[in-house]
Design a protein around this ligand. Structure first.
Ligand SMILES: C[S@@+](CC[C@H](N)C(=O)[O-])C[C@H]1O[C@@H](n2cnc3c(N)ncnc32)[C@H](O)[C@@H]1O
Length: 257
């Protein structure tokens, strides 16, 4: 509620700054017979808005208020086609943020190092990255372990193309354009995910149902609700959780996918 109120106040202050600067520009027109330069009006609007919000808005708003009108004016100078192109690129990269509420967010190199150690420790043969993004994780691992198999599933078109390109010279690294939910995970003794909190129970159940004996799930950042991870490993900004495939009889959560 408080955040919304701050946002509303910020926009109101911005609007007052813009209207105020237009009024002053009008005075200038009457006095000098010509409008001031648009960037001058925008700069004045920024200064007015910043001054107005200085006392009662958080400090980071000052920059927003100062530069906001200039950015808006700059935006009007850009051909609308560029905005359309940017929107299309964004869609081709982040389509899964809309479809599955899972945006692209790359895991860091620390994750690759932790997975590297896990592959050795667990004796992994085939690892699949469910939602591989630009495939930087599987490509790095495929280079380190040329004798093992790595597969990535991705359905954001632009990411898929980048991922394919990245793995083009790695015979042990395959990228597949397919929704990973529509794919059996039975061939992978290790499944790596970096998704969101929402699908984690479904991911875990799919692993339990389909992974071979001895299979293991690695989830970066997101725990499986109600299931205790076997190990929690620090992997840079986030922790990596390991969930082994349980012996068939001791399944804890049943039904659904
Ligand atoms: C947070 S990113 C992780 C990228 C990569 N695994 C990493 O660790 O850097 C999640 C990725 O999953 C992809 N994704 C989400 N749902 C998917 C689905 N059902 N099938 C295939 N890819 C999916 C998204 O497009 C996004 O690239």
């Amino acid at each position: 509620m408080r955040r919304h109120l701050t946002l509303l106040t910020g926009f109101a202050v911005l609007a007052i700054g813009i209207v105020g600067s237009l009024m002053l520009a009008r005075v200038w027109l009457d006095w000098r017979g010509n409008w001031p330069a648009p960037w001058g009006i925008a700069s004045l609007a920024g200064v007015l808005a910043m001054g107005l919000g200085w006392r009662f808005l958080p400090a980071w708003w000052r920059g927003v208020l100062l530069l906001g009108p200039l950015v808006m004016w700059g935006g009007l100078q850009i051909h609308p086609g560029w905005f359309l192109a940017a929107a299309v690129v964004l869609l081709l990269v982040q389509i899964n943020a809309i479809r599955h509420r899972i945006p692209l967010y790359r895991s860091g190199s620390a994750v690759i190092n932790v997975l590297d150690a896990e592959i050795r420790r667990q004796g992994v043969h085939r690892l699949a990255d469910m939602g591989c993004g630009d495939a930087h994780v599987i490509a790095a691992l495929a280079k380190r372990f040329p004798e093992l198999g790595f597969v990535g599933f991705e359905t954001a078109p632009l990411l898929y193309l980048v991922a394919r390109w990245r793995c083009r010279r790695l015979p042990n690294c395959r990228v597949i354009f397919r929704d990973f939910w529509r794919q059996s995970w039975g061939q992978y003794d290790a499944v790596f995910t970096f998704l969101s909190p929402e699908p984690m129970l479904r991911v875990w159940r799919k692993c339990q149902r389909e992974q071979p004996k001895g299979g293991v799930l690695y989830s970066l950042a997101f725990e499986v609700p109600r299931i205790e991870a076997e190990v929690r490993m620090s992997a840079g900004r986030f922790d990596l959780y390991r969930y082994p495939r349980l012996p068939r009889r001791s399944k804890v959560v049943r039904s659904g996918n």
